[in-house]
Design a protein around this ligand. Structure first.
Ligand SMILES: [Zn+2]
Length: 259
């Protein structure tokens, strides 16, 4: 029997193969679910154009951090689950024939959390963007800073912002694509300072999640709190683009910015 997946938003059942062929988007309600870095690169970059940077850079458990499990164990699990060494994949690619510096976060790797390696990979990506004078494009997907690295993870907010600002000072365009979910330290740093912020439909983009905000202020919050469509209305994002149109959207923006 064909395996089925239940949509978390509309609750309808989707055949697994149809769901995958539809790029993990629900065909009934257009819910854009979490997509891994490599799949996203495959559907965004021109075929065969992606060349990865710093693939072997790995996080170090310098605090010997232990919550329910050790940080070392969590890193190992994340690696086995995703096949990646860290929560962001960076490299050079072409989109619609235009060379770009591309970074894609992966929520499957410890909730896309930003630690020292994510920060350093973004910095190096920015350096590449400046050196080659090519647009900087980052897909965000993150629960925030990586608590297992303590204050070092918080320092990545300042580090990534200053790296991105150097790109912007050179008048090189920077586009950030918000995907479900983007919150915490990533929302509060490099994701929010792009020239154009594009959101996937329905993507949650906030600092603290709706439940935390509701508990803190002890009030009901609107059901569309932090969602793409509300963020667009309030000016928090500039445009909404679905997964199938993202390559063309980015190519169009690059053309517009370079003319
Ligand atoms: Zn659905």
């Amino acid at each position: 029997m064909e395996e089925k997946i239940k949509c978390r938003k509309c609750g309808r059942e989707i055949e697994r193969e149809a769901f995958l062929l539809n790029l993990r988007v629900c065909p009934y309600c257009n819910d854009h679910t979490i997509l891994g870095s490599m799949d996203r690169i495959l559907i965004t970059a021109d075929e065969g154009s992606f060349r990865e940077f710093s693939r072997d850079m790995k996080s170090v458990d310098f605090l010997k951090f232990f919550d329910l499990k050790s940080y070392k164990e969590r890193l190992m699990e994340a690696k086995l689950k995703t096949g990646l060494n860290e929560a962001i994949v960076t490299g050079e690619a072409k989109i619609g024939g235009h060379p770009v510096a591309l970074g894609v976060m992966d929520f499957g790797f410890m909730g896309g959390s930003m630690g020292s390696v994510v920060g350093e990979k973004i910095r190096r990506l920015c350096d590449f963007s400046i050196k080659k004078v090519v647009p900087l494009i980052i897909f965000a997907s993150s629960g925030g800073a990586r608590m297992q690295e303590g204050i070092m993870s918080l320092m990545q907010m300042a580090k990534t912002v200053s790296a991105v600002n150097r790109v912007r000072e050179k008048k090189i365009p920077y586009f950030c694509i918000i995907t479900y979910p983007t919150s915490g330290g990533v929302s509060a740093s490099f994701a929010t300072i792009a020239d154009i912020i594009i959101s996937e439909p329905g993507a949650l983009f906030c600092f603290a999640g709706p439940r935390v905000v509701s508990q803190t202020i002890k009030k009901e919050i609107p059901p569309d709190f932090g969602l793409a469509e509300r963020n667009l209305k309030n000016g928090q994002v500039d445009m909404i683009a679905g997964r199938k149109e993202i390559r063309d959207t980015l190519a169009r923006l690059i053309r517009l910015f370079s003319s």
